[in-house]
Design a protein around this ligand. Structure first.
Ligand SMILES: Cc1ncc(COP(=O)(O)O)c(C=O)c1O
Length: 442
């Protein structure tokens, strides 16, 4: 059956037809997010549209990926202009865009490490983390890494090895040499938030002594554990953890795949809220606003370690990706998106906190800016995770026209990560629809 989209006049297949074709011709995908699948065919800023022209407020941004907004006019114009000129240019030939953009991105990274100067571009966060691991090995001459329990770093062999969640480590074993340090997960720690941070840092110190040779190549950490359910470390966590890592000769690889580009509010990088100094920053997702891109940013000294080691990326730094990322930076720098994320995020968190005060099912509202998680529990006293409830809430919210995600090791956290152009009125709507959906689903 064909239906007509009110907005675009394009004839799209019905969602059931698309779902049937996908089930037959694509590898089985993770369990359905909604009881009845949603088909999205258009987007405008913070809104998405299905094949019938039904509008959804997008509060998940394609998993924290659409930063400046769907089909932002400046972004569309930049990509249209580039596609008329050249789509592909391998690293074998010069093109001015890649160096110019690297200079621009590295200038931003100087806010966290004044020595940042050099970039490498890939097509995804996984590939960028792979390059970060290669750099750390080449620079230190070592092969052991530490990652954080409940982390997510990608779907290549090395990045699965760095991922601390059993469901994502299926078909184990993965490359050896990665040990996991406890997350600073205050909600599930028996004590205060300060004690949780102290225990997490102590756990890292113990791990360095007992689970590694003490001579590590690097420490991989997201600033906020994204897929892990917006677990947000305490204020002193990163400065203390990174001091330990540096004392053991390792590099700190800061995974900003979800938290970069202003998502955590006020700053371009999430780590700026903690004041720790990364040796390597990894970006992806929001940097391309939906166009595939990954980036590694580091110092000239670390970058020099791969001199003479063959490596290559067919599409990384290509003119289309550079046009996309350049347009994203134009918008981020020319508007107050990061401040908006801070303001609107605080308002949304306050609305969710209001809901938490009235419900026995909301264990914790956490996050920063527009990187928010709401952990649902069977009851507040036992803190038993409530994954079925989280799934039901996500489904109800969709019925009410708001798209959010679900995650966390136990699958019990509702993840809210909208495009950064979300308005105050949108934030109020997300909080209201969340509270209503929770009530209906409980
Ligand atoms: C923190 C983090 N790192 C890395 C990745 C992997 O990025 P990609 O899916 O682009 O390979 C993800 C993806 O969700 C992520 O959330």
């Amino acid at each position: 059956m064909k239906t007509k989209n009110a907005a675009s006049k394009i004839l799209w297949p019905a969602s059931a037809e698309t779902a049937a074709v996908r089930a037959k011709h694509l590898l089985p995908l993770p369990g359905p997010m909604f009881a009845k699948p949603v088909q999205i065919v258009e987007g405008r800023m913070q809104f998405l549209y299905d094949e019938n022209g039904r509008e959804y407020l997008d509060a998940f941004a394609g998993v924290a990926t659409v930063s400046i907004g769907h089909c932002h006019p400046h972004f569309v114009q930049a990509l249209r202009a580039q596609i008329d000129l050249l789509q592909h240019n391998p690293p074998l030939y010069l093109h001015p865009a890649v160096g110019a953009f690297a200079k621009r991105l590295a200038a931003k990274a100087k806010a966290v490490n004044p020595d940042m100067e050099v970039c490498f571009f890939t097509n995804s966060g996984s590939e960028a983390n792979e390059m970060a691991a290669m750099l750390a090995k080449a620079h230190t001459g070592r092969h052991e890494f530490i990652a954080v329990q409940r982390s997510y770093h990608g779907r290549t062999l090395m990045t699965v090895a760095l991922t601390g969640q059993h469901a994502w480590r299926n078909l184990s074993p993965y490359p050896v040499g990665v040990s996991f340090t406890p997350a600073d997960y205050a909600y599930r720690f028996d004590g205060t938030a300060e004690q949780s941070t102290k225990a997490a840092v102590k756990g890292l110190a113990e791990l360095l002594k007992t689970g590694t040779s003490g001579k590590i190549a690097g420490f991989f950490a997201e600033t906020i554990l994204g897929v892990g359910g917006a677990i947000t470390p305490g204020k002193s966590y990163f400065t203390e953890a990174v001091e330990l890592v540096h004392r053991h000769g390792g590099l700190y690889v800061c995974d900003e795949v979800q938290t970069g580009v202003g998502r955590t509010g006020r700053h371009f990088f999430g780590i700026q809220h903690w004041g720790a100094k990364p040796d390597i920053i990894v970006m992806a997702k929001g940097l391309g606003n939906g166009y595939p891109i990954g980036a590694v940013i580091t110092t000239p000294e670390i970058a020099a370690s791969v001199k003479g080691l063959l490596h290559y990326n067919t599409f990384g730094g290509g003119p289309m990706a550079m046009a996309a990322a350049n347009a994203v930076l134009d918008v981020v720098e020319g508007s107050d998106l990061a401040d908006n994320a801070e303001r609107v995020g605080a308002r949304l968190m306050a609305g969710l906190e209001d809901a938490a005060a009235k419900s026995d099912k909301i264990g914790q509202v956490r996050g920063m800016g527009l990187m928010i998680g709401v952990e649902l529990v069977k009851d507040k006293k036992t803190k038993e995770p409530a994954p079925e409830l989280a799934l039901a809430v996500v489904d109800r919210m969709k019925d009410h026209g708001v798209l959010v995600g679900k995650g966390g090791l136990e699958g019990s956290t509702v993840r809210i990560k909208p495009p950064l152009c979300l308005t105050a009125a949108d934030a109020d709507r997300v909080a209201e629809v969340f509270a209503r959906s929770l009530q209906e689903a409980s």
